[in-house]
Ligand binder design. Structure first.
Ligand SMILES: [Fe+2]
Length: 330
């Protein structure tokens, strides 16, 4: 199935001008901005657009509060788009806008777009790493960065009222594949033609441990940068502008192996700098993880629940029976 990546995240926000300042400080490139609308891009050409909450130009959906109200997905060709649209038109009301982007709303109330879009190729050159016994950088200091410049929009996360309903739609109708299961928290899934560990995490809206509120709500978006140096340069720059991280500081997820740094964002939810994410293909076997064990390989500022005891080793290959989300009873 032909979806390749995120093409655009459309946010509904409370204060467009405040968000414009923040996203510029975060490192996105501004294409246009006004008092009620703004558009940014990352180096790949993937876009972030903002509208004021309640703006008539926003897609209708059942998402509560500010944050990403529509994700537009990329397809490499018009034939790929036409194939998906042909199937979806059987039971969805589809609207095609002037740009050729097709919009619809799922049965569970999420607005989705589909667009022919080919990201610009981005090739990073992270500083080589030395370690005892291996010299990858001789007579060559590391790069000195003063800002982060996000290269990609790697994934987005929402809290869903019914994770399995959402999974069935993304899997059966849009061709997403399961990468990993986090017990009681949700499912990591990737688009059919993406190797990124996940392009969406379908999280359970009732998981308060990770900041969900019980509502169908946006959680965060991940912006890919080069390496740890770029993550920390971005963090320090944002701190000098008066922003602080979400309290975890810098860390690495065990599931996906990705380095992270989350910043609460005036756009709603959080923005995440990410680097060194696992890439997987059709040879990958989905795994099922204990929630806490999956969360962190390490984290600079441990949350209290992680200080109390180290999570037990808990990971195995998922079976067809365990490849579903099982909500935790409260
Ligand atoms: Fe993330």
């Amino acid at each position: 199935m032909p979806i390749t990546a995120i093409a655009e995240l459309t946010y509904a926000v409370e204060d467009v001008e405040k968000c414009v300042r923040f996203l510029e400080d975060f490192g996105l490139s501004k294409l246009k901005s006004g008092s009620d609308h703004a558009v940014f891009e990352v180096l790949s050409g993937q876009r972030v657009s903002l509208y004021r909450l309640g703006d008539q130009r926003l897609p209708q959906s059942e998402i509560v509060g500010p944050g990403v109200h529509e994700c537009v997905w990329a397809l490499a060709s018009q034939a790929d788009l036409d194939g998906l649209v042909g199937d979806l038109s059987r039971d969805h009301a589809l609207v095609t806008d002037d740009s050729g982007t097709v919009h619809f709303v799922t049965s569970f109330g999420q607005a989705i777009g589909l667009r022919v879009f080919q990201p610009r190729p981005v090739v990073c050159s992270p500083s080589p790493t030395n370690a005892p016994g291996i010299v990858n950088r001789l007579n060559m200091p590391r790069k000195w960065l003063s800002r982060a410049v996000p290269k990609t929009i790697s994934h987005a996360v929402w809290g869903f009222l019914d994770v399995n309903e959402a999974f069935d739609f993304y899997h059966d109708r849009l061709g997403f594949r399961l990468t990993d299961v986090q017990k009681g928290v949700g499912l990591y899934i990737r688009a059919g033609r993406s190797t990124n560990h996940h392009n969406i995490m379908l999280a359970d809206a009732d998981v308060t441990l990770f900041g969900f509120s019980g509502k169908f709500e946006f959680h965060h978006a991940n912006f890919g940068v080069e390496d740890i140096d770029e993550i920390m340069a971005g963090k320090n720059y944002l701190q000098r502008q008066g922003y602080e991280d979400n309290g975890w500081g810098f860390g690495r997820h065990r599931v996906s192996s990705e380095l992270f740094l989350y910043m609460p964002s005036p756009t709603g939810g959080e923005v995440e700098y990410g680097a060194d994410c696992d890439q997987v293909n059709e040879q990958w076997r989905p795994r099922i993880w204990g929630a806490s064990f999956a969360a962190f390989t390490f984290v600079h500022d441990m949350p209290q629940w992680l200080k109390e005891r180290e999570p037990e080793w808990d990971v195995s290959y998922a079976t067809p029976e365990t490849s579903r989300h099982v909500p935790v009873k409260h």
